[in-house]
Ligand binder design. Structure first.
Ligand code: OKP
Ligand code: ZN
Length: 343
């Protein structure tokens, strides 16, 4: 299995995030990627492959040009405003406001292009997010060239980012960019199964009205957990996309038996859809030791997840999403991949 990771992804190195009414230490940090990289390097069946720059165009197939430009320009805008530290929005177009005009003011732009205040933005974010998307694209290319599986060690993650907004530590939607690229290179149908603890609201929104990309997400019930405003079971898609979106909200405290039952239920839907390629948005924040999550999967539950995914029998691109128990992250991801490859 080829492993794609670019060292440029480490440049996004936020110090603080807003949580519980305070500035606290950021949890989506470069060490996450380093831990996963080290653990995967130790697996005999993984080999690191170079990440080629496939350009901005495949990112523009998913994201709004104005949004991409804002992320690229953010560092200079922030500096020109004479500000220090990291960027956080604090005013959004809530109900009754207009979203058809992009404000000139930096704080207006921040609110226009985001949906939460928990995601630090820096002058290094664009480059790292761009590199993260390139890792996903190179993974997709490996599948197009006949590989049965590939691992894109994406970080920053992507699944909360929509066409023109960031949030949840996500800027470019790596899984969506890979799926669109597979479609543009000739795949007829692509499935994205998001098993991160949090609902993949950005990915859902991007493909909600489309029949050519099936989206499934299993996650903590949004009534009780971030991102709170999307991810319910009755969101089934719209227009041509009707019937191609599947949400499996699960209660806080969910452990392996219910998790595995739901995973297999989703994989049955994937089998019915019969995609050319399956993308797994792989967050491992369902781990019991995760500092911001409340599922109860243990170290020993991990290999079975990989085994179930292998049984789906489709070419798979793993795209890394969340997981914040930094000391256990490498081990958990490696166990899933080991279960995938060796069972
Ligand atoms: C990103 B991904 C903690 C607040 C956490 C954001 C969670 C983003 C998760 N006090 N808020 O899906 O792993
Ligand atoms: Zn998550």
């Amino acid at each position: 299995m080829k492993l794609f990771f670019s060292p440029d992804q480490l440049a996004h190195n936020p110090q603080k995030e807003i949580s519980d009414g305070k500035l606290v230490d950021a949890v989506e940090i470069p060490q996450r990627a380093e831990m996963v990289l080290n653990a995967l390097r130790a697996l005999p069946d993984l080999c690191e492959a170079p990440v080629q720059d496939l350009g901005r165009e495949p990112i523009e197939r998913v994201h709004d040009k104005g949004y991409i430009q804002f992320l690229e320009d953010f560092g200079s805008l922030w500096a020109a405003a004479g500000r220090e530290g990291e960027g956080f929005p604090f005013v959004w177009p809530g109900r009754d406001f207009r979203t058809d005009k992009v404000p000139n003011h930096l704080d207006g732009k921040l609110g226009h292009y985001s949906f939460d205040a928990g995601t630090p933005l820096t002058d290094k974010t664009y480059g790292a997010a761009y590199a993260s998307a390139q890792s996903a694209l190179n993974g997709a290319d490996a599948l197009l060239n006949g590989d049965q599986h590939a691992f894109a060690l994406c970080r920053p993650p992507g699944h909360h980012a929509g066409k023109d907004y960031y949030g949840g530590y996500c800027f470019f939607n790596n899984a969506a960019i890979a799926a669109q690229y597979l479609r543009d290179q000739g795949a007829e149908r692509v499935s994205i199964f998001d098993i991160d603890y949090h609902h993949g609201n950005g990915t859902q929104a991007i493909f909600y009205e489309r029949a050519d990309v099936q989206f499934l997400s299993m996650h903590a019930d949004p009534l009780d957990e971030y991102p709170y405003f999307l991810g319910h079971a009755d969101e089934r898609g719209m227009g041509e996309g009707t019937g191609h979106n599947f949400n499996y909200p699960l209660p806080l405290g969910t452990a392996a038996p219910e998790f595995m039952t739901t995973l297999n239920q989703g994989l049955d839907e994937v089998a019915r859809y019969d995609p050319d390629y399956l993308i797994i948005s792989l967050g491992v924040d369902f781990f019991e030791g995760d500092p911001i999550s409340q599922f109860k999967l243990t170290h020993t539950d991990m290999p079975a997840i990989g085994t179930a995914l292998r049984q789906a029998g489709k070419p798979i691109l793993f795209v890394m999403e969340g997981g914040y128990a930094v000391g256990d992250l490498g081990r958990n991801v490696a166990s899933i991949i080991d279960g995938y490859l060796n069972n």
